[in-house]
Design a binder for this molecule. Structure first.
Ligand code: F6R
Ligand code: MG
Ligand code: MG
Length: 364
């Protein structure tokens, strides 16, 4: 019987402002998941926080896009929203864009990444949680993990990885998808995924076995709501070892704090800082954006973990570099390239200011 690992996440209220989750809301998530395990809906479930987002990590036998699992996640977020409202937390229910659940959580605000798998003799997986950034931010790390031999030695020297990986890329605005095979089509792949605001890697597949190696959430809140409602704060699941990159190869890309969009008001570029769970509460200029890596061994669907993978001094340099990059970018204040280009900002006063100034422009 294949199992499914589902990570469904939402921002349902921040403490303080947009910086962190309140423990009472997280406890509610944990209690609800414990009940779901008891009732037999889930094999196992854990709730974790990165910044102001709650990530429900759920293991079950119901497949991807399962109505009961999605509805349970939705109900957990609505129950958490009630706690957030009681505490008057900031932006209570922020990501819940629909009035009522209707069959599938996709398109309703929360982000999701799900992977159906037949558990190997030993099944190490990493669940990544991001805050103050966007879907598409996993493009570069996924490329490094699954296509760059300078990151993943196994692509060159391990038989099981040598055939390469296939990438399913989604056009986020036009709701289309396409497959690329690496290494043959690397240059074509990069034309698209180098623009993460428009194209995001949804899945990576091992060409040797056809198994899904990785999946990320590609839900874009602003495209769902048609207006700014917060950043997407993405999640990803990556399987490790044997036919997949080793754990150390999967987390290696985050030794460089690549620049992603998000940060203050979802309208700036900033470095993506890898941190432990304990440091995953972006404060300075509502950032810098964070990424946490939770390692698990699956044992017949049970989540043995997490190991907090970036709680490791070997990521200190990346954090230092992220602070240096943030300092430098901040010096640009309201200027690009710290501020996002006009058409990509989540907040803008441009239409109002442009209207006010309309009759003051003259020909040159
Ligand atoms: C970015 C984010 C924050 C808010 C900012 C303003 O993803 O969540 O940077 O955009 O704190 O928030 P509001 O508009 O709620 O006052
Ligand atoms: Mg928030
Ligand atoms: Mg958030």
């Amino acid at each position: 019987m294949p199992q499914t690992l589902s990570v469904i996440k939402a921002d349902i209220g921040g403490w303080v402002g947009h910086t962190a989750m309140h423990p009472e809301v997280l406890d509610l998530g944990r209690e609800r998941l414990a009940q779901a395990v008891q009732s037999g809906l889930l094999i196992d479930g854990q709730a974790h926080a990165c910044g102001d987002d709650m990530f429900l990590v759920m293991s079950h036998e119901r497949g991807e896009d399962n109505t009961e699992v999605h509805e349970y996640a939705w109900d957990t977020f609505t129950a958490g929203t009630e706690v957030a409202k009681k505490l008057k937390l900031y932006g209570a229910g922020q990501d819940l864009l629909a009035d009522a659940f209707s069959g599938n959580i996709r398109g309703m605000g929360p982000g999701s990444a799900e992977i159906e798998l037949v558990e190997r003799q030993s099944e190490p997986v990493i669940v990544f949680m991001g805050d103050k950034t966007s879907s598409g931010s996993f493009n570069l790390p996924f490329y490094k993990m699954f296509a760059d031999p300078f990151n993943t030695a196994g692509l060159v020297i391990a038989e099981a990885l040598h055939q390469g990986f296939a990438f399913e890329v989604h056009d986020l605005k036009n709701h289309k998808k396409i497959m690329f095979s690496a290494p043959e089509e690397l240059y074509d792949l990069l034309v698209f995924i180098g623009s993460p605001a428009h194209y995001a890697i949804k899945r990576v597949i091992a060409r040797s076995t056809g198994e899904v190696a990785a999946v990320s959430s590609t839900d874009k809140l602003s495209l769902i709501a048609g207006r700014y409602v917060g950043k997407d704060d993405p999640t990803a699941i990556v399987r490790c070892q044997n036919a997949f990159p080793a754990v150390g190869e999967v987390i290696e890309p985050f030794t460089t704090p690549y620049i992603v969009e998000g940060f203050m008001r979802g309208s700036h570029y900033g470095p993506w800082m890898p941190t432990s769970l304990g440091d995953a509460h972006p404060a300075r200029f509502d950032g810098p954006p964070r990424v946490v890596a939770l390692g698990f061994q699956l044992a017949n669907g049970r989540l043995i973990g997490p190991r907090d993978m970036f709680d490791d001094p070997s990521y200190d340099n990346a954090r230092q570099k992220a602070n240096d990059i943030a300092d430098f970018l901040r010096l640009h204040g309201p200027f690009e390239p710290h501020r996002l280009p006009l058409d990509e900002m989540e907040y803008t006063t441009m239409p109002a200011v442009a209207a006010k100034m309309a009759n003051r422009w003259s020909e040159v």
